[in-house]
Structures are given as structure tokens and as C-alpha cells.
Design a binder for this molecule. Structure first.
Ligand code: GLC
Length: 620
């Protein structure tokens, strides 16, 4: 029977934890220690010493939960600090540190940032997803992080949703194939290998099936926080964003038929569990009138019962608090429904006290607590955390390394979808071209949400190559490429053979990105007009987290490319524009013809169907 203190790294005891070890540990834990293992706190809210004092099970970085300064080394020091504290708790149970590596280790400045899932869905390349996940795992582990809140296996049915880009596809079979590959990539050689990272398959379930206007983000405190974030990260306040539709869909209500939910939404979880996934994050949304965070039928009877899921469930950020205004009863309802760990993430003492009281009063059975803690400890055992709670610091040099960025550039070019080409593509390297649109030369805009900060933001927020830089590096002579964000170059610049316009969405995350209107805005249309008048041929790139509603005839557009949110390696776009690599991307979402089509129904006549994508032959 292994001794409890497995943390003497000098001898690297090869003790392998078995369920006997978990049972032995469980039998020594007080009720408070058990509840502490079920508690996840965000890193700015845990008082120094409390990880050790309570024996907290997990600490996380929410979107933008970064050390200051934000570097791989400071990340590692932060995460290791929490882990060292956990090892000083009475039983020395290592903690799990979690972060949203949803398109690379995307909170960390200097990390390799991949295209968001909507672009990866267009690659239809599971091997690539496996390699992306492996790179993500290496960059997470380098900073001490062993839990990645990804992949999302959402089926975004209404693309007005601000989380559309977090979904691989509206086709469940594409989601299954890519999610399975991503989980395998995070696992690597095995969960207990030193560079394995625990995925969190999310958000269970039917998070992308909510109805417009049904969002239940009614928590005044959360909206206050959103206001602060909106003011800090965008040039418009929360009221302006809500005018545009923010928080109308996300965290809303779904009435999807159970047969459809099982066929389409549950499939991604089955695929991920088949690949060995040991954690699922629960959705804020509700199904058939019951919030997922207290949905006993789906959390316990279906996921844990029918599917035999052996891992643990984690709530979403303040997801338990959204159940009702009475915190105590919300905690009771969620834990009894099958929640195993609660992403509180702020007032952990109130949560611990509430759950302790609930067990003491018999409102939550001790067996339920033991089941939750057993699941959490098994996952920590499976990850080898008891033997190796600290990760290998020599990996730090790999964060954002050229080899990793090469994988990301491959992902960028494979995610590009050619929707129209009247022959202007592929470009000759000697082509003189006007490039317009601020997103042509803006790392923050090409990365989108969940990058360095929660919502992401325009500007040089991290290292990488912009779309323009990639084009200039590929052109015969950089001086052939004239850039102006608004396209209004001087008349003496004369006419251009080709104009390239980058039309982009401002970065957003979650419900902040819900939009009532996905049509091009007046600035977009003015930019297109400006450039059209100055060039013989015009190429349009759409840098967005979802299909946008375009002028139907695409009048005067000689080529159209869906570039999605490519991440830090913008050069991948030049690779296909100049024909160095072929266009191979195929739409993984239906592209609506008009706003009237949304949410798209099977009968809607899309402008471009899911599966469409040209190679380089001219289209009819
Ligand atoms: C957020 C998101 C979830 C994320 C979590 C931690 O609210 O819903 O996807 O993993 O909180 O940042």
C-alpha cells in the first residue's frame, strides 16, 4: 500500500495507485477534506495558504486569468506555487490546475494559437487535430497545467450564438471524429504519461440548441462583471452589446427533442469517452425546462448510468449559482443531480460551508460525496499526479516554438474554404496588390475570443504572423503589397491588378458575441466599395467566428475565402492564396443566404451548403 506522501521526487517511487489506494485515502479524509476536493477556485480568489489549509481539489484560470507579467515562465511559477501548497495539505493530495486551452494554450502570451474549432472543422483532418492537441498539451504541461477545458463538442444550430466558433461543425459526425482525435492528442502515450493533459468535454449538453431570447444570464452580479469586461475589452459598453443581441442565446433554454439530442448532441460525448475522456463540463443552458446544472436525468441516469462515464463532472463558472437565488438549495440540487466538482469560482468558503451543512442535515448523502471524491481521486491517480504532481520545466522552451507554429500554419491553410473564384486565384507572386481592412494586420483580430483575455481583443496581443505579413513574405517583392486599413490609398498609387479586402468581426466570447444581425455592417460595405474602385480584381477574406450574411450576388467579388479565426500563424492564408498549397477546406457549417434563414432549418436554402469548398478550379 503506497505511503500517502508520494511527493519525494528524489526516489520517484514507482508506486502505482490502484483503487485500493484511492479507497485507503478516502477512508482517511474528513468530510471537510472531501468537500474541499470537490471545490474549484479561480486563481485570484484563493487566499494564500488556503489551498493547503482546506486541501482544495482544483484551481483554475478563467479567460484572462493570467499572472502579471504573462509569460510561460510566470505561468509555470504560478501553477507550481499552488501545487506546492496542495502538497503541504494534511493529506498532500495534488490539485488539478485548469485553463481554457481551446485553440492552443490560449491565455499565455507567446503560446502557439491555432485556428478556432470552426476552422478546424473545415479541415476534416483528425490526424491534424491529434497533432494540434499534442502541441497544446506540451505547451500546457510546460506551464504546469494538466487540465484543458476543451474540446467543446457543441452543435451550434443558431449561428447568431457567440460560441459558434467553439464548435467544430453542425454535422455531428464531424464533431465526433475531431473530438475523439483531440482527446487522443491530449492523452498522448497515456493519461499517466508526463505530458498528458486532462480534457474537459463541454458543455454537457445541448449548449448549442438554445432558443433566441431565452438566455437566463439574469444574475445581476454576472452582468455587472460583464459590464466591466465589456468596457475594458471593447470600445462599447454592455448596453450597446446587448442592443446588438448579447446574452440572447448563450446560457438559454433548449427544447430539443430527446431523440435529436441523443443522435446529435450526445454523440460527441460518446466519442470523447470512447477515446478515454475522464472529465465533462456541464452546460449553463437548460433542457426541457430544467437547468443542466441540476439535471439529474442527463447528468446521472444518462451520462454516468447509461454511458457508464467513470470520470467526474465539473460545473461551469458560477453555473451552480444560476440554479436559483438560494445558494444552499442550488448546491444541494446540483450535487444530488450528479455534479462532482463545482467551479465556484469565487467564494469557496461559502460553498464548502453550504455543502458541509447539507451533508450534516442529510440533504446530501455522504455516499454522493464519496462517489464524487472517488471519481476525482481516480482521475488524479490516472494522471499520475500522486507520483508526479509537478511537471517537467524543461518543456518551457517549447512554448510557441517554430515546430509548433508550423503545425498551426498547416492548420490555417487547411481551414481556408474557397467559396468563389473567378480566376483571380492563385495569385502570381509578382502581382501588385492593395490589401485593406484592419484585420489584415492585427494578431488580436485574427485570433478572436479566448486569446490572452476572455473576449480577446484587437491589437498586438501576442506574437505571431499577421495575414499581411504572410502575404508580403510570399510576394516576389514586399513593395508589391500596399496596405491601408481603410483602403484609401492616394490617387497617385494608381490602379491595382488585385485588391484584397479582409472583412472581420470584432473579437468576442460566449454570450457577449450573440448577435441579432450577422449582415456586413456599413464599415464593411464602405471598405469593399473603396477597394473595388481601385482594382481590376477583388478578393474578399472573411475573418469571423461564424458565417456572415453577405450581399447575395457577391457582385464584384472575384474571389471569396472563409478564413474563420486563424490564430497566430496568419501566413497559412498566403500559402493558399498564392497556390503554394491547394485550397482543401470544406464548410462545416451551412452558410445562410439571409438573416431570415436563421436559425437555419433543413429546408432553408443556404447560400453555400455544409460540405462546400472549391479547390482551385474556376467555378462556373
Ligand atoms: C466559462 C465557459 C467555459 C470555460 C469556463 C472557465 O464561463 O463557459 O467554457 O471553460 O468558464 O473559463
Amino acid at each position: 500500500m503506497p505511503t500517502l506522501n508520494q511527493h519525494d521526487h528524489t526516489n520517484q517511487k514507482s508506486t502505482s495507485w490502484t483503487s485500493d489506494a484511492v479507497e485507503a485515502l478516502l477512508s482517511q479524509m474528513t468530510l471537510l477534506e472531501k468537500i474541499a476536493q470537490m471545490t474549484q477556485v479561480e486563481k485570484n480568489s484563493v487566499l494564500p495558504g488556503d489551498v493547503a489549509h482546506f486541501g482544495l481539489g482544483s484551481v483554475l484560470s478563467g479567460g484572462g486569468g493570467n499572472p502579471d507579467p504573462n509569460t510561460p515562465a510566470t505561468w509555470r511559477a504560478m501553477v507550481e506555487g499552488f501545487q506546492q501548497e496542495a502538497l503541504r495539505s494534511r493529506l498532500g493530495i495534488p490539485l488539478l490546475y485548469g485553463s481554457d486551452g481551446v485553440h492552443g494554450h490560449s491565455n499565455v502570451v507567446g503560446a502557439t494559437i491555432f485556428p478556432h474549432n470552426i476552422g478546424l472543422g473545415c479541415t476534416r483532418d483528425p490526424d491534424l487535430l491529434r497533432r494540434i492537441a499534442r502541441v497544446t498539451a506540451l505547451e500546457c504541461v510546460a506551464t504546469g497545467v494538466r487540465w484543458d477545458f476543451a474540446p467543446a463538442v457543441s452543435i451550434p444550430r443558431d449561428i447568431r450564438w457567440g460560441r459558434t466558433f467553439e464548435g467544430y461543425s453542425q454535422d455531428s459526425s464531424v464533431v465526433c471524429e475531431l473530438a475523439e482525435a483531440f482527446v487522443e492528442g491530449l492523452k498522448g502515450e497515456g493519461w499517466n504519461s508526463a505530458t498528458a493533459v486532462l480534457p474537459s468535454v463541454k458543455h454537457f449538453i445541448a449548449d448549442g440548441a438554445t432558443r433566441w431570447g431565452s438566455s437566463m444570464r439574469v444574475n445581476a452580479l454576472q452582468l455587472e462583471v460583464d459590464q466591466t469586461l465589456a468596457n475594458a475589452q471593447t470600445d462599447q459598453g454592455l448596453a450597446a452589446l446587448m442592443e446588438k443581441g448579447a446574452w440572447q442565446l448563450d446560457q438559454g433554454a433548449s427544447t430539443l427533442e430527446e431523440e435529436v439530442l441523443r443522435r446529435e448532441d450526445l454523440a460527441g460525448y460518446i466519442a470523447a469517452i470512447r477515446a478515454g475522456a475522464l472529465n465533462v463540463m456541464v452546460s449553463y443552458s437548460s433542457w426541457q425546462g430544467i437547468r443542466m446544472h441540476q439535471h439529474r436525468y442527463l447528468l446521472t441516469d444518462v451520462l454516468k448510468g447509461e454511458l457508464g462515464f467513470q470520470g467526474f463532472l465539473v460545473s461551469d463558472w458560477e453555473g451552480v449559482q444560476q440554479i436559483s437565488s438560494d445558494f444552499y438549495s442550488s448546491v444541494v440540487a446540483s450535487i444530488n443531480a450528479g455534479m462532482d466538482m463545482v467551479m465556484v469560482p469565487f467564494d469557496y468558503k461559502a460553498f464548502i460551508a453550504a455543502l458541509f451543512e447539507a451533508v450534516s442535515r442529510g440533504d446530501v448523502a455522504l455516499e454522493r460525496i464519496d462517489d464524487a471524491v472517488r471519481r476525482i481521486l481516480h482521475v488524479k491517480e490516472a494522471l499520475g499526479l500522486f507520483q508526479n504532481p509537478l511537471t517537467d520545466g524543461t518543456l518551457l522552451g517549447q512554448v510557441g516554438c517554430p515546430e509548433h507554429r508550423t503545425v498551426a500554419q498547416e492548420a490555417v491553410r487547411k481551414s481556408q474554404v474557397l467559396l468563389k473564384n473567378d480566376g483571380v486565384l492563385p495569385l502570381e507572386r509578382g502581382t501588385r496588390m492593395l490589401v485593406a481592412g484592419k484585420a489584415a494586420h492585427d494578431i488580436g483580430m485574427q485570433c478572436g475570443g479566448w486569446t490572452i483575455s476572455w473576449m480577446g481583443q484587437a491589437g498586438p496581443i501576442t506574437s505571431g504572423t499577421t495575414i499581411l505579413e504572410g502575404i508580403r513574405a510570399t510576394a516576389e517583392d514586399p513593395s508589391l503589397i500596399v496596405y491601408h486599413p481603410n483602403g484609401n490609398v492616394d490617387a497617385d498609387a494608381g490602379q491595382f491588378e488585385v485588391g484584397l479586402v479582409v472583412i472581420a468581426e470584432e473579437p468576442y466570447a460566449e454570450g457577449m458575441g450573440d448577435r441579432a444581425d450577422l449582415s456586413l455592417n456599413p464599415e464593411h460595405l464602405a471598405l469593399l466599395e473603396q477597394v473595388r474602385a481601385k482594382c481590376a480584381k477583388m478578393i474578399v477574406l472573411i475573418v469571423s467566428g461564424r458565417p456572415l450574411v453577405l450581399p447575395e450576388a457577391l457582385e464584384g467579388w472575384d474571389a471569396l475565402v472563409a478564413s474563420w479565426l486563424p490564430g497566430t500563424e496568419g501566413a497559412g492564408i498566403a500559402d493558399v492564396l498564392y497556390g503554394i498549397y491547394p485550397f482543401s477546406g470544406k464548410l462545416s457549417f451551412h452558410w445562410p443566404r439571409s438573416m431570415a434563414d436563421l436559425p437555419l432549418s433543413p429546408s432553408s436554402q443556404a447560400l453555400f451548403d455544409l460540405g462546400f469548398g472549391l479547390s482551385l478550379e474556376r467555378n462556373a
